[in-house]
Design a protein around this ligand. Structure first.
Ligand SMILES: Cc1cc2nc3c(=O)[nH]c(=O)nc-3n(C[C@H](O)[C@H](O)[C@H](O)COP(=O)(O)OP(=O)(O)OC[C@H]3O[C@@H](n4cnc5c(N)ncnc54)[C@H](O)[C@@H]3O)c2cc1C
Ligand code: FES
Length: 240
């Protein structure tokens, strides 16, 4: 458990904030942190957020305000400190044979793919990014994604990029090996269409560190805890 200072907490898209935390431990792409959003007993449970980026001790998260915890988080001012459990989960496996990979994100699921794309580029993989949002006002990191590789943006209402969702892009021959993060329905469809990839599950959690079994899912190797054995799984291992 660490006490991290908030360096910034800025609105970057509709109801979506980017928070920078100082003096964080090193993190792998696909790992997550559990944040206690205040120092009271309410809300009792920590909230999990994927690492959107990490550089020189600065950890970024991107979060959408959906309930009480994220509402409290959105009001936190720079200079405040937060109780954070760091370095949780397994992270993505970057050690694959494919030279070209596609990163598929839906909504806030696009956030952890920024750090993943940077690390894949560092090991000289060619990265294509397929990023889906509800609407133009929900989009974030678009310029960063364009700087990292060929980028296809989709919006449900067609206000930016291609009208539709990322799943419709699965017919595109560029998609061979993929890494995907997003809503469950999106991930499920992707894994049905192709098993050549890894997905990160952002399911609801209880304790976040392996004690409560609240995040258990079924895999072909038996039940696994998303917070410890995941959140990243091989698509071929998942039983929906
Ligand atoms: C490993 C992991 C990584 C995550 N990374 C991110 C991230 O990078 N950015 C981000 O915005 N969110 C992320 N989430 C989801 C985030 O943790 C929740 O949005 C947050 O905990 C909601 O807290 P709240 O108190 O605001 O909402 P609550 O009051 O707890 O819930 C409000 C509503 O949202 C629903 N809900 C809560 N959590 C989830 C969830 N995980 N999936 C679907 N519905 C949910 C509830 O059922 C309820 O209807 C991640 C979750 C996990 C498990
Ligand atoms: S959230 Fe408690 S075991 Fe995963």
């Amino acid at each position: 458990m660490s006490r991290l200072i908030v360096k910034a907490n800025d609105l970057i898209a509709h109801n979506t904030y980017k928070m920078l935390l100082k003096d964080a431990l090193p993190h792998l792409p696909g790992q997550f942190v559990e944040i206690k959003v205040n120092d009271t007993m309410t809300p009792f449970l920590r909230r999990p957020f994927s690492v959107a980026d990490y550089e020189n001790g600065i950890l970024s998260i991107v979060y959408k305000v959906i309930g009480v915890g994220t509402q409290i988080l959105s009001m936190i001012k720079p200079g405040s400190s937060l109780d954070v459990i760091e370095q949780l989960g397994n992270g993505f496996n970057l050690n694959i044979n494919d030279k070209k990979v596609t990163l598929i994100g839906g909504g806030c699921g696009c956030a952890p793919l920024l750090y993943l794309a940077k690390e894949l580029r560092r090991i000289e993989k060619t990265v294509t990014l397929v990023m889906g949002f509800s609407s133009k006002e929900d989009c974030f990191f678009i310029d960063d994604f364009y700087s990292l590789g060929e980028t296809i943006v989709t919006t449900d209402d067609g206000t930016l990029g291609i009208k539709g969702n990322v799943v419709t892009m699965m017919n595109n021959p560029i998609i061979d090996y993929y890494y995907a993060v997003g809503p469950i329905a999106m991930l499920k469809t992707i894994t049905i269409l192709s098993k050549r990839g890894q997905i990160s599950l952002e399911e609801r959690m209880g304790c976040g560190f392996g004690a409560c079994m609240g995040c258990s899912i079924l895999t072909h190797q038996g039940p696994k805890r998303v917070c410890v054995e995941g959140p990243v799984f091989k698509s071929e291992d998942l039983v929906w």
